[in-house]
Design a protein around this ligand. Sequence first.
Ligand code: AMP
Ligand code: MN
Length: 344
Amino acid sequence: MATTLPRQIATTLRTSPNALIACHVSPDGDCIGASLALALALNRLGVPAVVGSADGVPEMFTDLPGAAEIMTVPPVEAFTTAVAMECSTIDRAGAFAEALQRARTLINIDHHLSNAGYGHLVYWDTSASAVGEQITEIIRALGTPVDAAIAQCLLAALVTDTGAFRYPNVTPHTLRLAAELVEAGGSIHRVVERVYETRSPGSLKLLGMALASVRLSADGRVAWTVVTPEMMAAAGALPEDTTGIVGMLRAMRGVKVALMFEVTPDGIRASIRSRDGARSNVIAETFGGGGHQGAAGFTLPGTLDDVVMKALAVVDKELHEADGARPRTTGNEVTRKRGNRKTR
Ligand code: AMP
Ligand code: MN
């Protein structure tokens, strides 16, 4: 699969008179970076390809090559070929969903744990650390050399979806690819600088407020917080400034599942992060959302209190299932632990 599908997709795109590449709503660095890399590669081959993002481009990715040309409103004309970039369902493309549907050939590329399987060509690979890894396969099949601009976009994808190469989704392949992209002229430091070291005052104020009002379950395994429009206004924060809050909650000792509930015009948006066997995607899927084992989300209509209560009940169930699935510790592990402690 991993060899023929990228080739099939490359052939379709290379022979297409035009192409639309659509990001999911609340786009992240993986989605934006992978989309821009594919568009650049196609443009180099003379295929007019445009990137669409219903929610625009977060400030931290505006320096990526081609970011300024990203459309936020779909054009009226139909596209021959369209690519849905890591949209588990087609409506995740927001305002671009209809444009995707109208294309003669729809290509669905995703690495999330759940995907509805829509489209004519479905390239779904849950082992990819980032959809950027899959796009690299397609670019290789296109035969376009990976120049510094394409490398920078692909690095933005890899760095952000691996938390700067810290998450368990990192494989030897991810690291080899990253090395190749650096060799091609890309800079990991530049992505890290923009994403983690150039935070707006508003985002840090909001982080402070969200951390100050964190709630913990009685056993300390679940941490959650809320972000309201009033908090956003008081902090002077933008919608994208919630990035990183839920990850900080998961960093707390003993926390297995962390949640951030955000009041948005579409309903309550929940961001979930988990570890040690608790599955964020299973929690999110209960409410019609999706994602990965360690990071997932959903949006639900209702009041904040109502959604928080429902979500916490499902988290509790998932934690009990994760407890049941955990292998029993062996005597050896206990001995090792004791040994480690002695050396400290
Ligand atoms: P976020 O918490 O927004 O950073 O999202 C974490 C992960 O879950 C990302 O891979 C998202 O693409 C995915 N995700 C978030 N919300 C949804 C949703 N409503 N449906 C499917 N996937 C989602
Ligand atoms: Mn991704």
